[in-house]
Design a binder for this molecule. Structure first.
Ligand code: ZN
Length: 294
């Protein structure tokens, strides 16, 4: 008798969770905007011949094939300062923004030359206290990239998770990185990307007050070609993504894009329930398990 009551309760809870998840999935589908341009996120671009060990590393040949595909498909890259100046339909060209997070050496040695080869620009989000360190870009490298049409943005001073910090610490991360990079480049740094894509309204307001003009989240979605746009949605290219999936990622009306967005929205729900620190612990555990056999 007790057992059957228990089974009944489990069944009811299962039905409630399933219904809520379905409603949420429908809501995400309805709110997904399909018109607008995409901003891609890349992380480490590996040297030729080196295999990717995790989703934040891109094999060189995969990266080259993806950039070639963009060129083939007549995509034109733009920077935030060019918003509104360009027409999406001009000469059948589509617009896209490319962003690279963390300032790893392959951004200079592998990504930057190939982008230049195609006349492409991109935003490189740099952790200001990491500049000139091992496995990071040097001052001279980011200066050269900036002088040759690439934009340098701030990715904080120390890559701390901003939502876990006190107000003063957030202020330091936003201010120090902006000032340091602006001094290195001799050009004001106006774009910002929070580490891991974690942010809240307080961080948005602070970055506006400090003079940032573009805020790059990791929220999956498209963007309006509007010069007043402040928060940019971005879509992450994963290191283990196939060439076919990369193509689907560029199409916001594809089922693939929707699924990607839905998984992220469930992730955000989970974070709001268990908290960011516990969520990160689950992620670390999952990664250990996933790559243990590699
Ligand atoms: Zn980062």
């Amino acid at each position: 008798m007790l057992l059957s009551n228990f089974k009944k309760n489990v069944f009811v809870i299962f039905i409630i969770i399933f219904s809520l998840m379905t409603l949420h999935a429908l809501h995400v589908y309805a709110s997904l905007n399909k018109d607008g341009f995409i901003v891609l996120i890349y992380h480490e671009i590996l040297d030729k011949g080196i295999q990717s060990q995790n989703k934040y590393q891109h094999a060189y040949d995969d990266f080259i094939a993806q950039i070639d595909y963009l060129k083939q498909q007549r995509y034109r890259t733009i920077l935030p300062s060019q918003l509104g100046d360009v027409s999406v339909s001009k000469d059948n060209e589509k617009i896209i923004m490319l962003t690279f997070d963390d300032g790893t050496p392959g951004h200079y040695s592998n990504a930057y030359p190939y982008l230049r080869h195609h006349g492409y620009n991109a935003i490189f989000f740099i952790i200001s206290n990491y500049v000139d360190r091992k496995y990071s870009l040097s001052k001279e490298q980011i200066q050269e990239m900036s002088q040759n049409g690439m934009e340098i943005g701030s990715h904080t001073a120390n890559h701390y998770l901003l939502t876990s910090l006190e107000r003063d610490q957030i202020l330091n991360e936003l201010t120090n990185s902006k000032e340091t990079l602006t001094a290195v480049l001799g050009k004001e740094v106006t774009s910002f990307a929070p580490p891991g894509g974690w942010y809240n309204n307080k961080i948005i307001e602070m970055s506006k007050e400090l003079g940032y003009r573009s805020f790059f989240s990791c929220d999956i979605g498209v963007n309006d070609n509007d010069p007043k746009l402040f928060i940019f949605n971005r879509v992450e290219v994963l290191g283990d993504m196939s060439y076919e999936d990369f193509q689907k990622l560029l199409d916001p009306s594809s089922l693939y894009f929707y699924r990607y967005k839905l998984v992220q929205s469930y992730k955000f729900l989970l974070v709001s329930v268990v908290g960011i620190e516990n969520y990160r612990k689950i992620g670390e555990f999952k990664n250990k398990f996933k790559y243990a056999t590699l």
